[in-house]
Design a protein around this ligand. Structure first.
Ligand code: GDP
Ligand code: MN
Length: 369
């Protein structure tokens, strides 16, 4: 789960990592009521990177200018995400930009610290062009990241004595919060030397989804749409896409090949829901409700290969909650005959051949059924 910059900075502040004074606004006029020193920096709060390049970050010298620039950024579309909030922060006078992050490294199977004196820019770019400018060290999970490690990294980045202590404290705190919050990435880019202090100008925090059950008190997950959240509460795995055919299947492999099939026949999936193994009538009811509630759905494709999941359960769930949109059903496997009979009594014909059913779904979505 990704956090917004302002949310990450609230957590940083709790760990004594210096951040700029600032506030979040939803409307430009709110800026006039803020008690902030000018100049300020206006920052679009979206969950994608590279906001600066996309025009989502602007400096303002005075309140009127600030309101005007806020109008331009709020409502902007940055890489597909609409800007609804702005972080307004007291601007700092940056002398140098560094990069500092803790992240999970799959190759070494542990946390690594990644740091560079070439911060402020895309770190992947630095890694490609000048890998020697990046310091990357695995962290022994039993020893942890110690003060001497922090100072060693600081020295390698070329921090002067005056700032070495400050850098080391920030690095130790960032490590501490990474482990406390089960973060898979905690990143500061840039970590700046500004006005005689070392300060986190940007903040990125991604919490490991597998640890969310034990991470209480975190902000709401904003990566999910309303329907994706509903699906989670019913333990259904649901993904939103941008086409017009709603898809229900059982099992990740089947579901993915279903998407491929639709694509092959010229259809576009609106979403996909995996009812999983042993889906009950009740799960089927929730599944139907969720996939068809998405706006723009023109047809429904149900692709079930019964194993642990029984075709009669699926059929009963479907008949009891008949969707409003035209549908194509493929049903085969365990208790196929019973399932087929239940559907037939409700006037629904199901096919055994997935390709035939996929083609039918595409035709239905075009309104030609
Ligand atoms: P990103 O583009 O999404 O990574 O957003 P950042 O918060 O990292 O900002 C991008 C760039 O804008 C930074 O690397 C800085 O160069 C600049 N910037 C951001 N905040 C300030 C500030 O307070 N003062 C100055 N001088 N520049 C800033
Ligand atoms: Mn940044």
């Amino acid at each position: 789960m990704k956090l917004h910059e302002y949310q990450a900075k609230e957590i940083f502040a709790r760990y004594s990592i210096p951040v700029q004074k600032g506030a979040v606004v939803r409307h430009p006029e709110e800026i006039l009521g803020l008690d902030l020193q000018y100049p300020v920096v206006l920052k679009a709060q979206v969950l994608v990177g590279g906001r600066g390049k996309a025009g989502g970050i602007k400096l303002a010298e005075k309140p009127s200018e600030s309101v005007e620039k806020a109008r331009a950024i709020l409502g902007m579309d940055i890489k597909g995400e609409r800007v609804t909030r702005l972080l307004v922060a007291e601007a700092v006078d940056i002398q140098q930009e560094y990069y500092l992050a803790f992240t999970v490294d799959r190759a070494t199977r542990c946390l690594v610290v990644v740091a560079s004196a070439s911060g402020g820019i895309d770190i992947e770019e630095v890694a490609r062009r000048t890998p020697e400018k990046i310091v990357k060290e695995p962290i022994d999970p039993f020893l942890g990241f110690r003060p001497f490690h922090a100072r060693q990294i600081g020295r390698r980045l070329g921090f002067a004595d005056a700032h070495l202590g400050a850098f080391a404290r920030i690095a130790e705190s960032l490590y501490q919060l990474t482990t406390d919050l089960d973060a898979e990435l905690a990143e500061i880019n840039p970590l700046a030397v500004a006005g005689g202090q070392v300060i986190a100008v940007d903040a990125k925090l991604i919490i490991d989804d597998n640890a969310l059950y034990r991470q209480k008190g975190l902000p709401e997950n904003e990566e999910l749409t309303g329907l994706e959240r509903d699906a989670r509460t019913h333990d259904l795995s649901y993904v939103e896409l941008d086409g017009d055919i709603a898809v229900i299947g059982n099992g990740a492999g089947l579901v993915m090949s279903t998407l491929d099939m639709l694509d092959h026949f010229g259809g576009r999936p609106a979403n996909v829901l995996d009812v999983g193994g042993g889906a009950s009538e009740e799960a089927m009811k929730q599944a139907l409700d969720i996939v068809t509630r998405k706006p723009g759905v023109r047809a429904l494709f149900i692709n079930i290969f019964g194993g642990i999941t029984r075709c009669d359960d699926i059929a009963r769930g479907l008949v009891a909650n008949l969707p409003q949109v035209p549908m194509s059903v493929r049903l085969t496997g365990t208790n196929e005959e019973e399932g087929r009979q239940i559907l037939q009594q409700a006037g629904i014909s199901a096919s055994v051949d997935p390709e035939e059913a996929a083609k039918k779904a595409v035709v239905l979505a075009r309104g030609q059924g």
